[in-house]
Design a binder for this molecule. Structure first.
Ligand code: URA
Ligand code: CA
Length: 434
């Protein structure tokens, strides 16, 4: 079988066999098939799509291209959560402690951020002393003892995805539903998840702006989960404005702590409670979502989830007294208020622009090697549907370099659009797929 024929078959709209997909992915990973042929295949997939069998075969080949983590030494059903990424998404820091406090094991491998803010690992490392380098043995032991551990990426997980994603990135083939779905799901399965909770974001701050595309991706991923015997639930959540108030690493840790104290922003709180409720169902802690929601609320408002967060910080070498002394977290030197130039109701927020502003301040990396400034970021004070009068504070900028602050003022001001008539608050969770 020539690779040429595999590419032509897909180009012409036929389905590839599992064997053909195996030849392609194996050859690509071992270097015997060149980039340009795989790029041509990816473009053919972009236009022709893939059927369920093909997606299953691709996901399987991606998984076996590298190591898989064996979490069988951890008792209970390991439910992993994945978000497709948004602006100011602080969810994991709140959700992990709620779910663990409910007795479901959270064994999480997380990444550093690339783009507008840091990843979960960067946020956790803003807690003095906190470290994410655990041996496999320590990781398993900690999850068995306190139900919660977070480590950085280890091992050689899904090398096929690293190579393919890099190629898609430069050949305009990232936005293909089967390729995105197999990329995400292969990584979750290789990381040892028994069940998977997906938070697919849609809106102007998300990677998929269009609701129908988000729904299609969610359905494709839930299908993959079912094909690999991983119970999977997806929600589609709104990313037409930043989640919560904080965008920036240490600011988001403070926001997470406030949320665990029951005093966090409404949207972040609601999202975490709903995700936790689904995870209790996936982990068979409760039989129904509504029961899971009652449990999640009890754990949050009783302070049990906050106590779990303290236990988790201590277990990984961090200073848990930050919980009652937020000033011990990295702080930016200066603070500046961004005022509104208009009066009216906020109609929309260019969320990606808020993300870009946070990155310019130093909260995110534009390349992998960049060092981020953990203390800087933006606190959003007005959101969609809020009524403002000229000169009201829209947001606050936390910064260390004056020229950066000057640069982001107009970006943030221009990110807001106003309407003279009343605007309703948008719904947070648009759909659930299971
Ligand atoms: N995120 C991933 O992990 N993979 C994709 O293909 C797209 C987004
Ligand atoms: Ca936030």
């Amino acid at each position: 079988m020539r690779i040429y024929d595999i590419i032509a078959k897909k180009r012409d709209g036929y389905s590839l066999s599992p064997k053909e997909i195996e030849i392609l992915i194996r050859g690509y990973v071992d270097g015997t098939i060149p980039d340009y042929q795989v790029a041509a295949w990816a473009m053919a997939v972009f236009f022709q799509g893939m059927d369920e069998e093909e997606i299953k075969a691709l996901t399987q080949q991606m998984i076996i291209s590298g190591d898989s983590i064996d979490l069988s030494a951890i008792e209970g059903i390991k439910v992993d959560k994945h978000s497709t990424g948004g602006v100011g998404d602080t969810t994991t820091l709140v959700l992990g402690p709620i779910v663990a406090a409910g007795g479901a094991p959270v064994a999480k491998m997380s990444g550093r951020g690339l783009g507008h803010t840091g990843g979960t690992i960067d946020k956790l490392e803003s807690i003095p002393g906190f470290h994410v380098e655990l041996t496999n043995k320590q990781f398993v032991k900690q999850v068995n003892e306190i139900k919660l551990a977070v480590i950085g990426q280890t091992g050689n997980l899904v090398p096929a995805d690293k190579k393919l994603y890099g190629l898609r990135d430069v050949t305009a083939t990232v936005n293909s539903m089967p390729l995105i779905a197999s990329s995400i799901m292969s990584k979750k399965i290789a990381a040892g998840a028994d069940a998977i909770m997906l938070d697919v974001k849609t809106g102007n701050g998300a990677f998929l702006k269009d609701l129908n595309e988000a729904i299609e991706l969610a359905k494709t991923m839930v299908n993959i989960g079912n094909n690999f015997n991983r119970d999977t639930i997806a929600i589609i959540s709104n990313m037409n404005q930043p989640l919560g108030w904080a965008v920036g690493n240490s600011l988001e840790v403070q926001e997470a702590i406030m949320t665990l104290k029951g005093k966090g922003p409404e949207d972040l709180t609601k999202l975490c409670l709903e995700l936790a409720a689904h995870m209790f169902v996936l982990g068979k802690r409760t039989s129904e979502f509504t029961e899971g929601l009652v449990l999640a609320e009890e754990l949050l408002y009783s302070g049990k989830a906050l106590a779990k967060f303290a236990e988790f910080i201590k277990a990984q070498g961090g200073d848990a007294t930050v919980i009652d002394n937020l000033e011990k977290l990295p702080q930016a030197k200066y603070k500046l208020k961004i005022i509104s130039l208009h009066s009216g109701y906020i109609e929309s927020i260019e969320t990606q622009e808020i993300g870009r502003a946070a990155m310019l301040l130093g909260a995110g990396r534009s390349k992998k090697e960049d060092v981020i400034d953990l203390g800087v970021g933006i606190m959003i004070r007005k959101k969609i549907g809020d009524q403002v009068t000229k000169n009201d504070v829209l947001a606050e900028v936390y910064y260390n370099k004056d020229e950066k602050a000057q640069e982001v003022i107009p970006i943030i001001q221009n990110a807001y659009s106003f309407n003279t008539g009343k605007i309703n608050k948008p719904p947070l969770i648009l759909k659930t797929i299971n």
